[in-house]
Design a protein around this ligand. Structure first.
Ligand code: NBP
Length: 472
């Protein structure tokens, strides 16, 4: 008989298997269970000599765990999580901990947290980022849930998480659904980063760079301020050749983007709080429009516009696109951080934004050199209202804005869609405009609805109404 297991994991698909192997490789004894028992058997058989114990019956699985029991779920988000919780609850005792490591919607996590707390059980929604490789070699982990669970989970999570400069990429994010919420924002930001990179690619392509030349550009960018996992894999993806045709694989991939919903969830939350996340919004909508391939093909023969063919100095264009990408990325992160701050205030979560940026430096898809700068900016000014006003980022934006404008203007005149570049630039310009045309908007509102307005020559909070001429 094995010693009691340190943790149990339910759900042996790609993420679950790799997390288990990660835990076992750190010396933890892990019990595993999968709805389809053949999967459990095959997994355990494929990894002899590891600290693994497979079970076909959930009660045996639960009995094998050290107390307080820690059961981590890596099953499909949604109904499967509720189904597994329903089966586990009668087998658990007060104080046991259920961890949902999937991409669950944070409101579901809040509901489950309350449901289990009422039964004396502890529930932790933990965002796990980094895909298959991250799960195996070290993900970024964003656990929420009650404070009391952190001491219990910390040794395991710190051991399996990615490390950057010796620090593990995990920290207790906050109570309830805070962990899954922050993972959702991480994914929203990931959508923005990916779309911005695709827009840069689209412009370079329109300027006639070959796929290999673009691969070299991304490789070079990965040596500088844009250094990040997504820039790195973009270079690698562009360089990849199809073995059958010898053509670049990217040229053979259908231009229809998929999505699983975390980007849309971010938009819904932003709308609920009236926080602008225009870059993420543009990224989500770009995926939606990409998926309407048949409509786009039909429209391409009916709606007129220039056929993109960007001439001129290529090296200069590459430098400008670099600046536009970096500046837009800063805007996207500024928006994501603003959204997290707003939610933190609303929920009383006390999110540590600098700390969150620091755990995103390793393991996860958006890992990037510049996250250090976000951590620095947040610690230098904990009350920072907008990342774009932190000295480091303000300086980058000020020095990039001319190139950024040139790139967006060029894209517009050439008919190259750059929704995320242009949404980011519009946010930048709106933020730096001391007097927006909302004076006219207020006049319109007062005209048709007597909504009243404040005046620039009177103290704030005094409201006025004009008797406007009648319109028939
Ligand atoms: P999937 O999301 O594909 O889920 C498959 C697992 O869920 C299998 O173990 C399956 O068991 C189990 N399952 C299902 Br489906 N319905 C069940 C039910 N009613 N009762 C019990 N088990 C059930 O796996 P994944 O791709 O490894 O992802 C796991 C979680 O991690 C998801 O929430 C995902 O969004 C998240 N995530 C994934 C990635 C990634 O790169 N894949 C990255 C980060 C986070 P079966 O074998 O019996 O069908």
């Amino acid at each position: 008989m094995n010693r009691p297991s340190d943790i149990g994991l339910v759900g042996l698909a790609v993420m679950g298997q790799n997390l288990v192997l990660n835990m076992a490789s750190r010396g933890f004894q892990v019990s595993v269970f999968n709805r389809t028992p053949e999967v459990t058997d095959a997994f355990v058989a494929a990894h002899p000599g590891q600290h693994l114990a497979g079970f076909h019956a959930l009660d045996d699985f639960v009995r094998s765990l050290a107390r307080p029991r820690k059961v981590m779920l890596m099953v499909k988000a949604g109904a499967a999580v509720d189904a597994v919780i329903g089966q586990l609850v009668p087998l658990l005792e007060a104080g046991d901990i259920v961890i949902d490591g999937g991409n669950s919607l944070y409101t579901d996590t809040e509901r489950r947290d309350a449901q289990l707390a009422a039964l004396g059980l502890r529930f932790v929604g933990a965002g796990v980022s980094g895909g298959e490789e991250g799960a195996r070699k070290g993900p970024a982990i964003m656990p929420g849930g009650p404070d009391s669970t952190w001491d219990e989970l910390r040794p395991i999570f710190e051991a399996i998480a990615a490390r950057v400069d010796g620090a593990p990429c995990v920290r207790h994010i906050g109570p309830g659904g805070a962990g899954h919420y922050v993972k959702m924002i991480h994914n929203g930001i990931e959508y923005g980063d990916m779309q911005l990179i695709c827009e840069a690619y689209s412009l370079l392509k329109a300027a006639g760079l070959s796929t290999d030349e673009m691969a070299a550009v991304f490789d070079r960018w990965n040596e500088g301020e844009l250094q990040s996992y997504l820039i790195q894999i973009t270079g690698r993806a562009l360089a990849q050749k199809d073995p059958q045709t010898g053509l670049p694989v990217v040229d053979l991939i259908l231009d229809k983007a998929g999505q699983k919903g975390t980007g849309q969830w971010t938009l819904v939350n932003a709308a609920e709080q009236a926080v602008v996340v225009s870059t993420i919004n543009a990224a989500v909508e770009a995926r939606v429009l990409s998926s309407q391939k048949a409509l786009r093909v039909a429209a391409s023969t009916q709606l007129q516009g220039p056929l993109p063919a960007i001439g001129g100095d290529r090296a200069a264009l590459v430098a400008q696109v670099h600046d536009a990408l970096y500046a837009s990325k800063i805007v996207s992160y500024a928006q994501g951080l603003t959204l997290m701050r707003s939610m933190s205030d609303r929920q009383g979560w006390a999110l540590d934004l600098g700390g969150i940026a620091s755990i995103w430096r390793g393991g996860c898809i958006i890992r990037a050199r510049f996250l250090n700068r976000i951590t620095e900016a947040c610690s230098a000014d904990p009350g920072l209202q907008n990342l774009m006003l932190a000295p480091f980022f303000r300086e980058v934006l000020n020095r990039s804005q001319a190139s950024w404008r040139a790139v967006v203007a060029l894209a517009v005149t050439q008919g190259v869609p750059v929704p995320a570049f242009s949404a980011s630039l519009a946010y930048y310009d709106s933020l730096r405009t001391a007097r927006l045309p909302a004076n006219l908007l207020q006049a319109q509102r007062d005209f048709f609805g007597a909504h009243t307005y404040e005046r620039i020559d009177r103290p704030a909070g005094e409201w006025f109404h004009t008797v406007w001429p009648e319109v028939i």
